[in-house]
Design a protein around this ligand. Structure first.
Ligand code: 4NP
Length: 150
C-alpha cells in the first residue's frame, strides 16, 4: 500500500483537486487497492470546510467523482502515516520542511513532470481550468514515477 498526502495552504482548492484526480487515475489503472490517498492543509484558514465550489465544478466538468471533503490540518504526527507528501508550491514545501524537520518524503507536484513550476492557486487567480490541467499533468507524471520505481 502506497500512501500519498497532497498538501496545499487551505486544503479546499488544489490539494483536494489533486486527491480526487489521483484517485480517479489509479482507479482507471485498476490500482485503487494499492493506494491510500488523502490531502491536508498547512494553515488553519479553512479547517472543516468543504472544497471550493470552483474545485467541485471543474471536477464535475471532467467527470471526476468526489466525496464531501473536510479541510484538515497537516500535523507533525502525520509524517509516519504517508510515503509521499506532495506540495503544490514552494511555500507548501517550506511549511512541510519546517513542520517535519526534514525534506525526506517531501516533493513538489510538478517536479515529477520535470517542470520547475508551482501550481497556481485558484483562490487568487480564479482560474480553476489552468490549475486543473497542471494538477492532472502532475498526477499523471507522479503515477508514472511511482510505477517505474515500484
Ligand atoms: P488552496 O487555496 O491552498 O489551494 O486550498 C486557498 C484556500 C484558502 C486560502 C488560501 C488559499 N485562504 O487564505 O483562506
Amino acid at each position: 500500500m502506497l500512501r500519498i498526502c497532497f498538501v496545499c495552504l487551505g486544503n479546499i482548492c488544489r490539494s483536494p483537486m489533486a486527491e480526487f484526480i489521483m484517485k480517479d487515475l489509479v482507479k482507471k489503472e485498476g490500482l485503487d487497492k494499492e493506494f491510500f490517498i488523502e490531502s491536508r492543509a498547512t494553515s488553519n484558514e479553512e479547517i472543516g470546510n468543504d472544497m471550493h465550489l470552483g474545485t467541485k465544478n471543474i471536477l464535475d466538468k471532467n467527470n471526476i467523482t468526489y466525496e464531501r471533503h473536510y479541510a484538515t490540518r497537516l500535523l507533525k504526527t502525520d509524517y509516519d502515516k504517508y510515503d509521499y507528501f506532495i506540495g503544490m508550491d514552494n511555500y507548501n514545501i517550506l511549511s512541510m520542511k519546517k513542520l517535519f524537520g526534514t525534506d525526506k518524503k517531501v516533493y513538489k507536484l510538478l517536479d515529477f513532470a520535470k517542470h520547475d513550476k508551482e501550481i497556481d492557486d485558484p483562490w487568487y487567480t480564479h482560474n480553476f481550468t489552468i490549475t486543473y490541467d497542471e494538477i492532472e499533468k502532475g498526477c499523471r507524471a507522479l503515477l508514472n514515477f511511482i510505477l517505474k520505481n515500484k
